[in-house]
Design a protein around this ligand. Structure first.
Ligand code: 9MR
Length: 451
């Protein structure tokens, strides 16, 4: 952690000195996506199309994440509910919204034994093989050019010590069904990375050994495969394995990217935070680990909500696990920590090179506007002295409405006040908040009042 020392000179009332530790740098990235990007990685989440109208959900999604995975909308039952009839509306909503926001898309999943439409469940043999190839081809063609990575085949290996393939209707069409699916996907979308994705393969065990052997064989025979996804659903029964990093590394050494694709860790508090940090550390230590996706945004969005396994609580507030992930990525939450309190009021002397010299606070905006809507990010910068709270006032054109605010409380028309964790800003430090609205965005400069 880089610590910045700011020495304060004797003041008018009582001489005092304080050491203020910015955590860790006033310029550190303040979102998961921005921090991961500085490490050359994406940070993604699973998204459910029906939740996009929830402003808290979409606000966090757009602020924090640089990749999205449709949680259910690209599965076989969703995209081909009856044979030969394709239904892309829900997945298209997620994909097009993500691309418009500059987020990558992980496609999930082309061929899987689960969530098959009933017509496919009732097929077997050559008819099922043909239907599977057609499905892979049609869906990958529809999304050609839009998908960063496809989970071409999902969960094809059995749990336990056998190292065998999972029995399924697809497996019963012949052992080559996996490579046939990969070849069909490559032909349909040559630009997408093609992944094999599974769970309980996060450490070295019989199942991951079997996947490893398959990838090694594919590479040797020229079957197109670019990445392996490690779902990483952890809880007390299935904890983060000690050899997680080593396992990621051995797959990377085969010449594929590795991605953490469905991360969630049941638990709470510092124990959960420590496990999340360890996952991030492992990925950062493996050059070819090029992205992490968590399996949902808020605990309440999780497929196992009771285990509170995600980075935001049910209200959308960042948890300790969020801070741990952000810190491990080299980012920092906006609020500084003060390691020694000032013992009396002082008049600080600020180095002449300090660009924020002055008092109170200033606010600057960055506006992303489109026809009918806008997102404004506001940077609040403290002047020459630490501030303990702030209120920013903006003037909105008449007819414009604010629909969502993050990292601040909207208090009345166009006024925003800090929330609990970002009111304190060290001298010269800054914090960000944002809001989204309909209509036309503001054009003028906002005013900032410090407390
Ligand atoms: O999170 C998904 C949940 O909403 C679905 O009901 C479920 C149906 O199978 O799939 C969940 O996602 C799974 C993913 O597609 C594959 N790996 C395991 C995930 C959690 O079950």
């Amino acid at each position: 952690m880089r610590r910045t020392l700011i020495l304060l000179s004797a003041g008018a009332v009582t001489a005092a000195a304080a050491v203020v530790a910015l955590s860790p740098s006033a310029n550190a990235a303040t979102t998961l996506g921005a921090a991961a990007a500085e490490k050359g990685r994406y940070f993604g989440t699973a998204v459910a199309a029906y939740k996009l109208s929830d402003a808290v959900y979409s606000g966090i999604l757009d602020r924090e994440f640089t990749s999205v995975t449709p949680e259910n909308e690209m599965k076989w039952d969703a995209t081909e509910p009856s044979q030969g009839t394709f239904s892309y509306a829900a997945a298209d909503t997620i994909v097009n919204r993500a691309l418009a926001n500059g987020q990558k898309v992980r496609g999930h999943a082309l061929a899987w034994h689960s969530q098959q439409p009933s017509w496919a469940q009732n097929l077997s043999g050559a008819a099922l093989r043909t239907a599977m190839v057609n499905h892979v081809t049609q869906v990958a063609t529809h999304y050609r050019g839009k998908i960063d990575s496809w989970d071409v085949v999902n969960e094809a290996f059995a749990d336990g010590s056998t190292g065998a393939r999972r029995d399924s209707n697809l497996q019963r069409t012949g052992n080559d069904w996996i490579e046939v699916a990969f070849r069909a996907a490559r032909a349909a979308d040559p630009g997408a990375k093609l992944c094999y994705n599974d769970y309980n393969t996060d450490g070295q065990n019989a199942k991951s050994n079997a996947v490893y052997a398959m990838v090694q064989d594919f590479k040797a025979r020229g079957v197109p495969i670019d990445c392996v996804g490690f779902q990483s659903h952890f809880n007390a029964q299935s904890p983060l394995p000690a050899d997680y990093q080593a396992n990621l590394q051995r797959f990377a050494n085969l010449g594929v990217d590795v991605q953490i694709t469905e991360l969630d860790i049941e638990g709470s508090g510092s124990a959960q935070a420590a496990s999340y940090a360890a996952v991030v550390r492992a990925c950062l230590a493996v050059t070819r680990c090029n992205g992490i996706t968590v399996w949902g945004i808020r605990d309440s969005d999780s497929w196992r909500a009771g285990g509170t396994p995600l980075l935001f609580d049910g209200n959308g507030n960042p948890k300790a696990a969020y801070t741990a992930v952000l810190t491990e990525l080299g980012g920092a939450t906006p609020s500084p920590s003060v390691s020694a309190s000032v013992s009396a009021s002082v008049s600080p002397s600020v180095s002449p090179s300090d660009p924020q010299a002055g008092s109170g606070c200033a606010a600057t905006t960055s506006v992303n506007a489109w026809t009918g809507g806008f997102v404004v990010t506001v940077k609040v910068t403290a002047g020459a002295a630490r501030i303990n709270g702030w209120t920013v006032a903006v003037t909105l054109p008449s007819g414009s409405t604010i629909t969502n605010t993050w990292n601040a409380t909207a208090s009345g028309s166009g006024a925003f006040t800090n929330v609990g964790y970002n009111g304190g800003v060290a001298a010269g430090g800054s914090t960000e908040f944002g809001f989204q609205g309909t209509g036309t965005a503001l054009t003028g400069t906002p005013t900032c009042t410090a407390r």
